[in-house]
Design a protein around this ligand. Structure first.
Ligand SMILES: [Zn+2]
Length: 258
């Protein structure tokens, strides 16, 4: 079985003072690639450093919506430079988050616009973070043709999902697929196109059952894969094949041979 953790924050220095043990543990569990995602310029630079240090690590660079109170267009040249790196595979995580108020909706919208324009110019795929803001984000994306788009940790309802499917988007599935009370989410995931769904941990956040509440780690994407497999009524092996192929369709081959 070959899994890709398509979204983790090994660049969170507090949670992973030394990322090497987490990478080793993931490899031992069958997680062959880890995509480390930035939330601002510093964490993006560190994600790129980790991609240079570990063969199995790839990076995504960008400004998370809750970081955007300090975003300015002066950050764009740094992102542009990082996006030229061969192991940087997408721009992200960018988007809208109306749950937290670290940045106003206006500040978030400015950073989103600037980064969407950069992605369009460079034809980079985009990883979105969206919380309690799907209608507004989808309104923006439906107005423009875009590069490949992935909704990380998808938590929208059936209407949001069908709008995102119509955009040709990919969907990230995380620990919540394993939570006892997540039937509504599982119902949405059951209906998604199976070539468009990837698995991720969002480590150190979103630990799956039975580790809910603990700091999450990339090795535990195996539990996410098992949860999704049972939603789809397939074996974990089949689910791993589908989600790894979907990750490669979105990010590119990630250095994996067939
Ligand atoms: Zn994240």
């Amino acid at each position: 079985m070959r899994l890709v953790d398509t979204h983790c924050h090994l660049n969170d220095r507090q949670a992973f003072p030394d990322p090497a043990p987490a990478v080793d543990e993931a490899l031992a569990a069958g997680v062959v690639r880890l995509v480390v995602v930035g939330v601002d310029t510093d964490s993006s630079r560190y994600a790129v450093e980790l991609a240079e240090r570990f063969e199995e690590v790839y990076a995504v660079v960008g400004w998370h919506p809750t970081s955007t109170a300090t975003f300015s267009p002066a950050e764009l040249p740094a992102l542009r430079e990082m996006l030229a790196h061969p192991k940087v595979v997408a721009l992200g995580e960018i988007g809208l988050d109306y749950h937290w108020d670290y940045a106003t909706p206006e500040q978030q919208a400015v950073a989103l616009r600037a980064q969407l324009d950069l992605a369009a110019e460079l034809e980079e795929p985009v990883v979105f973070h969206c919380r309690e803001a799907y209608p507004d984000l989808l309104d923006v994306l439906e107005r423009e043709p875009g590069p490949r788009r992935l909704f990380h940790c998808f938590a929208g309802d059936a209407t949001d999902a069908s709008r995102a499917v119509a955009l040709g988007a990919w969907f990230g599935v995380d620990g919540p697929v394993t939570y006892r009370k997540a039937d509504a989410l599982r119902e949405v995931l059951a209906g998604l196109p199976r070539d468009r769904v990837v698995v991720e941990t969002d480590a150190p956040w979103m630990a799956p059952h039975p580790f809910r509440g603990k700091p999450n780690r990339p090795a535990w994407v195996t539990y996410v894969n098992e949860g999704l497999a049972s939603v789809w009524g397939v074996t974990p092996e089949v689910c791993a094949g589908l989600t790894t192929a979907a990750a490669q369709a979105f990010f590119g081959p990630l250095g994996l041979s067939d």
